[in-house]
Design a binder for this molecule. Structure first.
Ligand code: DX5
Ligand code: ZN
Length: 220
């Protein structure tokens, strides 16, 4: 699988989203990662549907929507209609995970599941038929700019093995939280193919260089 770079707009300037999106697209990003937080599932509140509808008008690459919200089932249609290409829910927020994933696919979208750092990879064992992406949190979700938790690294290789054994080689393994050129090396070596990065891209004076540094790190 070729490497996918998904800048997280959580670290972008929200007063200039058009320029912020254009900037990373020009720099060669593959997806735009959009963090939705509800103040319940995570302590923070970020952005929601009206902003995603606007992003959808601007962005030319797929919107990778990460729902850090309780009861995501209630809003799946809305996020699909707003323009999400990938809709990722947290397994910790889903009582009937298989039903949720099947619903996302029925809406014509790619279905993702995110795992908090403390959630074991086995949580996905029985939903592989309904899965397009797993988003492994390498920080506790809620804020940008946190420190990468190295204890999640074996989870990446375990999931890659689980997917290969089940003949599901196309399921993306994405890692989110504290990704920079050092940690990108570690997670891609373990089997990740999608890098979500907020502060290391938007916090850099040279976004193009930041993205190409992530690509270079992934090859090492
Ligand atoms: C955290 C979000 C991340 C966040 C990552 O809860 O899910 O997508 O933007 O930010 P960095 O890359 O700064 O850790
Ligand atoms: Zn995220």
């Amino acid at each position: 699988m070729s490497l996918i770079i998904a800048p997280s707009i959580l670290s972008a300037d929200f007063a200039n989203l058009t320029q912020e999106i254009e900037k990373v697209e020009k720099a060669g990003c593959d997806w735009i990662h959009v963090d939705v937080m509800d103040g319940h599932f995570v302590p923070n509140i970020s952005i929601g549907l009206p902003v995603i509808r606007c992003l959808n008008k601007i962005a030319t690459v797929p919107l990778d929507v990460h729902l850090m919200i309780t009861n995501p089932d209630r809003y799946l249609e809305d996020f699909a209609e707003a323009g999400a290409s990938y809709i990722t829910v947290h397994t910790e927020a889903c009582v009937h995970l298989q039903r949720t994933l099947a619903h996302i696919r029925k809406l014509g979208k790619k279905a993702g599941v995110s795992l908090n750092p403390a959630t074991p990879p086995e949580a996905l064992q029985y939903v592989l038929d309904d899965l397009d992406l797993v988003l492994i949190m390498s920080v506790n979700p809620g804020f940008g700019g946190q420190k990468f938790i190295p204890a999640i690294l074996p989870k990446i290789s375990k999931l890659r093995q689980m997917f290969e054994k089940a003949g599901k080689k196309d399921i993306h393994i994405s890692v989110d939280g504290g990704i920079n050129s050092e940690t990108a090396k570690l997670v891609t070596a373990a089997g990740a193919d999608v890098l979500v990065a907020g502060s290391s891209i938007y916090g850099s004076a040279n976004v193009k260089e930041a993205i190409s540094n992530l690509r270079k790190a992934a090859q090492q």
